[in-house]
Design a protein around this ligand. Structure first.
Ligand code: SAH
Length: 231
């Protein structure tokens, strides 16, 4: 069983690599894949890079070239729904691309030729990931549900409000998850994703974003990954 741990930010990947005693770097498609072990389990750790296309390429290489059996994504996201606050954690049950619009040929958000707009994560893997969050971060508020992905860093209150109105059940917004979910759907590879809320996707979103990644999100990622792989 080979597990891919995919991170969106350098700081998070660094926190994962610090837990791997024997990783070897293997460059493919301009990306560095780190093959080794974590808690004695076979792991490939990699940076997704930012945005849907970059994340889809990373997921495809993980499956085609490295033969991973499952993909776990860790990263940060902007909170959308009321009550999803900075420092909270969201585990995804499904993903949607909020910037996909092939109307009038297909309904808004629908991925053409798939007949659907939402891609589910794997229920068993997701259950296990949520368990790892509870174990690793007791006392941290954990949400489960829909995450919206798009090729935009949402950082105005106006855009955040518009997204909340259009997608009232979306808990959070980020830039990669829906792409990885679609690739994993195509290949039948189980996928789960966890995001620490770094901002509220509003006019204050960029403030101390990088500081938060360094101080909070990276530690969350390391603790969650460790709990997940030791379970
Ligand atoms: N200003 C940052 C931008 C990084 S992109 C920088 O200079 O580094 C933001 C990353 O965090 C993406 O991987 C995305 O998935 C996630 N993210 C966090 N908050 C987000 C938001 N409000 N909107 C979109 N993506 C967000």
């Amino acid at each position: 069983m080979k597990t891919a741990i995919v991170s969106a930010m350098h700081e998070e990947l660094g926190a994962v690599l610090a837990l791997m005693p024997d990783e070897r770097r293997q460059p493919v498609a301009g990306r560095d894949f780190y093959v080794g072990h974590l808690h004695g389990r076979d792991v490939v750790a990699v940076l997704s890079r930012i945005g849907k296309v970059a994340a889809a390429t990373t997921a495809t290489v993980l499956i085609e070239r490295f033969g991973v059996d499952r993909i776990v994504f860790t990263g940060v996201a902007g909170g959308l729904r009321h009550g999803v606050e900075r420092g909270h954690v969201v585990v995804a049950d499904n993903f949607l691309q909020h910037d996909l619009d092939a109307t009038p040929i297909f309904p808004r958000y629908e991925v053409p030729l798939y007949g659907r707009s939402r891609f589910d994560t794997d229920p068993a893997l997701t259950h296990r990931l949520a368990g790892a969050v509870r174990k690793a971060l007791p006392g941290t508020t954990l949400h489960r549900g829909l995450i919206a992905s798009g090729d935009r860093f949402v950082s105005t209150t106006a855009e955040s409000r518009a997204l909340q109105l259009a997608l009232p059940d979306a808990l959070a917004v980020e830039m990669e998850g829906a792409a990885v979910a679609q690739v994993c759907h195509d290949y039948g590879v189980p996928f789960a994703a966890v995001r620490t809320i770094s901002d509220r996707a509003d006019d204050d979103a960029t403030g101390d974003f990088l500081q938060f990644i360094r101080d909070v999100a990276s530690r969350h990622t390391a603790a969650i990954v460790e709990a997940f792989l030791s379970a």
